[in-house]
Each structure stands twice: as structure tokens, then as C-alpha cells.
Design a protein around this ligand. Structure first.
Ligand code: FDA
Length: 392
């Protein structure tokens, strides 16, 4: 049986980071993936340009049952550390918006950086490899693989979440955690488009493809970013963000002209030129199709001069306090991440080691730490992978 100090299952962002760090420390490392290539999620991320971190990363942008868990890893290996590495490597990047850093060229540059660094530190990479069994052995773990078997002192689970099963996401990490007695926080798709029931969809059909800059709220949580009407419901960054907080049966509230006091604007337009149609004034601030649908939905007839303050207030509410109840989400098929996962109370926040199973580590998305949209999830992968890599 082949023997390694460290076996990492999952050659994604977290797994490769951990393998590199362990390799740097002179550990013998094998990293396994059932996919044919490493870093497939990195490759498709950020529209092919990988939003690899966010300059504003802090524990505030992470969701977990234990919000303090991520503090240690995020402060030991920060976004500044990762950016410094990218700078040294010569990969060109830019800030798109809200602190989000993207490659100028291609996400492949990040994958190449990681694989080159793994090579440099003599990490063995085994692709198209399935782990069929894991058992505790005297000095660590015995793994049965689709071809062969391997023994290791430290086993790092970096198999990611359940999103995009078409790309090879599996429940491997969760099942292994449960088998070794760790608790799981219920998983659900997050950073995912929300859907409407058929009658709402039918009404909003003309809006498919229309985008607005909006504030989308769920309780006290709110995000101000773009929102997109789709053939299934709502998408765009503001909706993906709120989807991580939304639960079945809940309403969300949307302000589609958050920077404008619409009531005052409509009143002023009525005073200055009452013969204008409401739709004309709305279309000066909103996409035309949206302005038209708003007027039709409110069944408003006549010019502005014919409209009372009460009617204008109703229009204002329809635009800036639109309350809508999605009937679901597009699910793991399109979700960017998985909420929930391995319960952080069972892990050491400094090392990511299972408290009750020495030598077993969980890093990246498989852990119950989920970032907002905007590069935070990769930063969690780098930070948690780096932290485990210092000790395995
Ligand atoms: P990741 O999923 O990257 O890697 C897990 C690896 O384990 C995979 O290679 C998989 O094949 C392997 N694996 C799974 N089960 C296995 C098994 N049983 N045996 C062997 N191998 C197994 N985040 C961000 O910060 N910025 C962004 O721009 C984007 N963009 C984005 C776009 C899209 C379309 C998606 C789906 C997701 C994003 N994300 C993102 C989220 C980000 O991709 C995600 O959080 C990280 O990839 C998580 O890194 P991990 O290494 O934990 O898992």
C-alpha cells in the first residue's frame, strides 16, 4: 500500500491550497479528484475570469451557525496574502465592483498557478480517481481507491458542496463526516436564482431580460446590486445574495428606484406638466417595459393631472416597496454554493481538524461557512486550506 503523510480529497481551490502548503513543509502529499481536471469550479467561476477574492473580506460576509468560526482562518491567511501571491505571480487583475477582484485574462491562470506550485512542492495529483472506502488505521487512515489503496497520517476532505452536480459535486464530504460522527448543518442551495409560481410568472413574462439596480431586502438583510427578471423568476447579484437568507414561504421586498424619492418626483412632474402620461415619467427612470407593466398592473388611466396623491403613493410602493413571495429557487442545478455542511462546532477553527477524530480535516465549502457573492467563497477556500496546510 502506498503511503503519504497527507491525502487531500478534492482538487478544488481549498484542496490545492492545502496541498501546496503541506508540500512546502516537506510533507508527502497526494491530492485526489474524481474529475478529469483540477479546479473545474475555478475555471467556470466569475464568467471564466474567476472573482478570486474581495478586498473587503471580513467575517461579516460569511453565513454560518457559528459566525465566529471563520475569524481565525480569515485573519491568518487574508485576502491581502492571496493578492500578494497573485501580484508576485504576475497575473493581471482588476476590481470590477464592490471590491471584487477578477483576472484580466482567464480563470485558467489561477488554476495554472496552483498546479505549478503543487508540482514545485512535489504534490502528487491523481485525477479520475474515486475514493471507494475510508477506514481508520493505527497511524491514520486507509483509503481504498478506484485504482489501488493508500495510507496516510492526515486526511483532508476538500470535496466542496452540492452545487452544480453536472460538474461532479457529490455528497462525499458530508457522508464521510457523518460516518466519523461529526454533526451536519442542514444543507441548501445558496447564491441561486429565485422562482415564481406560474400565475406570477405569466404576469411578469414581458419583463424577462429586464435588469434594474435595486435594493432587495429580507427582514433586516438588504443588498443593493443589479436585479434581473428571468423566464423563471428573479436573478442577478442582488437576488443571489438575498437567496442565502430567504426561506420557503418568505417574502422579499424590492426597491427598484432606491436612489429616488419617486413620490416627490411624480408630484413635481404632475405640477410642472400634468398632461404627461405616468408611463412617460416612469420610463425616464426605469426600463420601458417595466414602466409599462407597472401602469398596466395598477390599472391607471388618464394623465398625471388626473392622479391623486393616493394613486401616486400606490405607484411609489409598487416601485420601491414591491413585496413578492418566490415559490422556490433553481436549486443545486444553478446554485453557486451550498449553505450548511460540516458543523463547525466539531472542528478546530485554527486547524480545521475534527475535534473528535485526530488527523481528519475539513476545508472549503464542505464546512458550514458560506460567503456572500463577490469572491468571498474563494477567500474562504484559500484561508481554510492554508490553515490546515500549516499543520497536516
Ligand atoms: P470545489 O467544489 O472547488 O472543489 C471540490 C473538488 O472535489 C472538485 O474538484 C470535485 O470534483 C472534487 N470531488 C467532489 N466529490 C469528490 C469525490 N467523491 N471524490 C473525489 N473528488 C471529489 N466563488 C467566488 O469566490 N468567486 C467566484 O467568482 C465564484 N464563481 C462561481 C461560479 C459558479 C458557476 C459556481 C458554481 C461557483 C462559484 N463560486 C465562486 C463558488 C466557488 O466556486 C466555491 O465556493 C469554491 O470552488 C469552493 O472550493 P472548494 O475547494 O471547497 O470546492
Amino acid at each position: 500500500m502506498e503511503q503519504y503523510d497527507v491525502v487531500v480529497v478534492g482538487a478544488g481551490a481549498a484542496g490545492m491550497m492545502c496541498a501546496i502548503e503541506a508540500g512546502k513543509r516537506g510533507r508527502s502529499v497526494l491530492i485526489i479528484d474524481h474529475a478529469a481536471a483540477p479546479g473545474e469550479k475555478i475555471r467556470i467561476s466569475g464568467g471564466g475570469r474567476c472573482n478570486f477574492t474581495n478586498i473587503h473580506t471580513s467575517p461579516r460576509q460569511f453565513i454560518s451557525q457559528n459566525p465566529r468560526f471563520c475569524i481565525s482562518a480569515l485573519s491568518r491567511y487574508t485576502q491581502r496574502d492571496f493578492i500578494a501571491w497573485i501580484d508576485r505571480s504576475g497575473i493581471a487583475y482588476h476590481e470590477k465592483t464592490l471590491g471584487q477582484l477578477f483576472c484580466d485574462g482567464s480563470a485558467r491562470e489561477i488554476i495554472d498557478l496552483l498546479t505549478t506550485e503543487m508540482d514545485r512542492h512535489h504534490v502528487d495529483l491523481s485525477l479520475n480517481t474515486v475514493v471507494t472506502d475510508v477506514a481508520r488505521s493505527a497511524g491514520g487512515f486507509d483509503l481504498r481507491l478506484s485504482h489501488g489503496a493508500v495510507r496516510c497520517a492526515a486526511l483532508v476532505v476538500a470535496s466542496g458542496g452540492k452545487s452544480i452536480p453536472k460538474m461532479g459535486a457529490t455528497g462525499f464530504g458530508y457522508e464521510l463526516a457523518a460516518r466519523f460522527g461529526l454533526n451536519l448543518v442542514e444543507t441548501r442551495p445558496a447564491l441561486v436564482p429565485l422562482t415564481f409560481q406560474p400565475d406570477v410568472l405569466e404576469r411578469l413574462k414581458p419583463l424577462a431580460g429586464v435588469a434594474v439596480d435595486a435594493i432587495v431586502s429580507h427582514g433586516k438583510t438588504r443588498f443593493e446590486e443589479a436585479m434581473l427578471f428571468t423566464h423563471r423568476g428573479l436573478s442577478g447579484p442582488a437576488i443571489l445574495q438575498i437567496s442565502s437568507f430567504w426561506r420557503e414561504g418568505d417574502e422579499i421586498t424590492v426597491a427598484m428606484l432606491p436612489g429616488l424619492n419617486l413620490l416627490d418626483t411624480l408630484r413635481a412632474a404632475r405640477a410642472s406638466n400634468g398632461r404627461q402620461a405616468l408611463q412617460t415619467v416612469l420610463a425616464a427612470h426605469l426600463p420601458k417595459r417595466l414602466a409599462q407593466l407597472l401602469v398596466e398592473e395598477q390599472a391607471i388611466q388618464g394623465n398625471l393631472a388626473d392622479l391623486s396623491d393616493k394613486v401616486l403613493a400606490r405607484v411609489d410602493a409598487a416601485v420601491n416597496a414591491w413585496r413578492v413571495r418566490p415559490n422556490g429557487s433553481e436549486g443545486y442545478r444553478t446554485a453557486e454554493v451550498t449553505l450548511g455542511g460540516v458543523d463547525t462546532r466539531d472542528l478546530d477553527s485554527r486547524t480545521m481538524e475534527a475535534k473528535a477524530v485526530p488527523g481528519l480535516y475539513f476545508i472549503g465549502e464542505v464546512v458550514d461557512v458560506t460567503g456572500w457573492l463577490g469572491g468571498y467563497n474563494f477567500q474562504w477556500a484559500w484561508s481554510s486550506g492554508w490553515s490546515a496546510g500549516q499543520v497536516v
